[in-house]
Each structure stands twice: as structure tokens, then as C-alpha cells.
Design a protein around this ligand. Structure first.
Ligand code: T46
Length: 288
């Protein structure tokens, strides 16, 4: 579950019978070096402002007088909060879409910023913001040559993905995996560690590939001798392949089928079948 986007900092109110005082200090109650301070006042109560995100900028916003409603959105979650007290600071990180609504006529919104003003740091188009927020996560220790990787997909350490591979949205490709060129992977697929997916393999949506599952694509492998075409393997929608199972070349695994750990699958598998053993046999069927 996502944590809240509303990150409020409460500033201690100092003062005495003469009145109140709040002190704001960089790297103390403002969690960055302050390079810029600006304030918004005299805002039209009927007009909202903001409607952008920042690529790098961190800010803390405080209503030192009056109030306004701040809407924050990280591309997954949208939340709002009233800024209505001079001792309540809202921390707004980078890559967060912000909107300011419902300014009171006396509102003074004071903002501390971690960087100097730079228009190129703004993302002012919501679709562009969403694209950025949902872009695939590619770990810096992986070697990913393909540019066909869907939004929200995660590729972890020491994965090698060749240029023509196609991977859908919201997949999890765990550490220590290899995906060759002629491979198609759908949406919501999990590939656990230690899996090598060779040319000729198609994996449809919602499939689970357990750790160290072994795919093959050549019935008569000999060193330095290549078939005209590699055998095609298809893993259909929703199928699950248990750890360390071996899938021989040219096999189709049916929709929602469940392959037990360590099974050696030598023949195509019907939809919903449960397969176990070596050679794998049908043990039953999962509920449709
Ligand atoms: C933010 C929200 C909370 C400058 O020249 N220097 C500055 O430091 C700033 C902040 C703005 N400007 C210029 C740019 C525009 O021509 O002032 C004009 C109004 O700025 P903008 O339309 O971006 O204002 P808001 O209220 O939509 O957004 C502002 C900040 O720009 C933004 O960083 O997070 O307040």
C-alpha cells in the first residue's frame, strides 16, 4: 500500500506575552539547503494555481496567514490538505503534481525551495507527468537494451534483456534473469530469479514463472549447430510454473495451468491442468 503523500512538519511556536515567533532553519526543520524563498499573496479565491510537478525541486510550503487547500498527486494517489496554520509546513518532494485551491482572501503562502528558479525543472503537462510517474524502473545494475518495456514494470539487478525483447506493463523481472530477442512477455507477469528466457518463448498476461524455471528451444542441441528456427513455446494467460520446472521445446502451457515444482514438462498442457513429476503427468485440474 502507498504511504500518504501528505508530509506535514510541525514547527514549534516560540514567543511570550508579546506574541508568537517561529524560526525556520535549513537542514533542521527545513530538510534541505534553502536556495530560494517566494510567497504567493493576493490570490484570486476563485482561481486555482500550480498544476505542475518538479523534476528535482524539493519545497516546504507554509500558509503564514489565511489558508488554502493543496492537492498532491504522485500518479497513483491523489490527496488534499488544508494549509491553515503558520506552524504547519507541507513538504512537497519532486515528481509530485501539485494544485493550490480555495485561497482565502488574506492568504499568504510562503514557500522554501531547494533550488533556484528553473523553468526547465517544471512538468506542466499532466499526461507527461503520468508517463514519468509510471515509467519502468530499470535497476542501474541491469543491462537492458530493449526499449519496449511497459509502464510500471520493474527490472532488477543483473538482469540482461536483449534489444528486441518486448515486455508488457506492471511486470516484475527479478534479479539474475536473461531475456533474449525473440521473446514476448505480456502484462502483470512475474519472472523470479535464475530464469533464462530463450528465443521463441511467448509468455501471456498474468503468468508466474518461479525461480530457476528452465526453458529450452532446441530438441537436438549440439554445440555450434543451430536449427533453421527455434521451437516456439507459449505460456498462456494466468499459468503458473513452479520452481525449477523444465519446459521442453515446442510446448504450449494452457491458460491457468499449474506446473508443480521440479516437473519436467514433455508435452503440451491443457488449460487449467495441474502437472507434476518427471515426465510430468496431469494430476488434476484447478478450479476455473
Ligand atoms: C510551486 C507552487 C507551490 C519566477 O520567476 N520565479 C520563481 O521563483 C517562481 C516560483 C515563479 N516565477 C515566475 C514564473 C511565472 O511566470 O512567476 C510566475 C508565476 O509562477 P507559477 O505560474 O509557476 O506559479 P504557481 O503558483 O502556479 O506555482 C508556484 C511555483 O512556481 C511552483 O514551483 O510548486 O507555487
Amino acid at each position: 500500500m502507498k504511504m500518504s503523500l501528505i508530509n506535514l512538519v510541525e514547527f514549534p511556536i516560540l514567543g511570550d506575552e508579546r506574541g508568537s515567533l517561529i524560526a525556520l532553519e535549513a537542514m533542521k526543520n527545513i530538510p534541505f539547503d534553502i536556495k530560494r524563498v517566494y510567497y504567493i499573496f493576493g490570490a484570486d479565491e476563485t482561481i486555482a494555481r500550480g498544476f505542475h510537478a518538479h523534476k528535482a525541486l524539493q519545497q516546504v510550503a507554509v500558509c503564514v496567514a489565511g489558508k488554502c487547500r493543496m492537492v498532491l498527486d504522485d500518479g497513483y494517489l491523489k490527496e488534499d490538505v488544508w494549509l491553515d496554520s503558520p506552524n504547519k509546513g507541507l513538504l512537497i518532494g519532486n515528481n509530485i503534481w501539485r494544485e493550490m485551491h480555495d485561497f482565502s482572501s488574506n492568504c499568504v503562502l510562503l514557500v522554501f525551495a531547494s533550488e533556484y528558479y528553473d523553468e526547465s525543472d517544471y512538468i506542466r503537462n499532466y499526461d507527461e507527468f503520468l508517463k514519468e510517474a509510471h515509467k519502468p524502473f530499470i535497476h542501474s545494475l541491469s543491462d537492458v537494451k530493449s526499449e519496449n518495456i511497459g509502464s510500471d514494470t520493474k527490472i532488477w539487478q543483473y538482469s540482461v534483456i536483449l534489444k528486441d525483447a518486448v515486455i508488457g506493463e506492471n511486470c516484475n523481472i527479478c534479479a539474475h534473469t536473461l531475456i533474449e530477442n525473440d521473446v514476448r512477455i505480456g502484462n502483470n507477469v512475474t519472472v523470479k530469479s535464475g530464469v533464462y528466457i530463450w528465443d521463441g518463448v511467448t509468455i501471456e498476461d498474468n503468468v508466474f514463472i518461479g525461480p530457476s524455471v528452465t526453458f529450452t528451444n532446441d530438441k537436438n542441441p549440439r554445440s555450434k549447430q543451430y536449427p533453421d528456427e527455434f521451437s516456439k513455446t507459449i505460456i498462456k494467460f494466468g499459468a503458473s510454473i513452479g520452481a525449477n520446472a523444465t519446459i521442453l521445446p515446442g510446448i504450449t502451457i494452457g491458460q491457468n495451468a499449474m506446473i508443480g515444482a521440479g516437473a519436467v514438462v514433455t508435452k503440451s498442457v491443457p488449460d487449467h491442468a495441474i502437472m507434476i513429476g518427471n515426465p510430468a503427468i496431469i494430476k488434476g485440474y484447478v478450479n476455473k
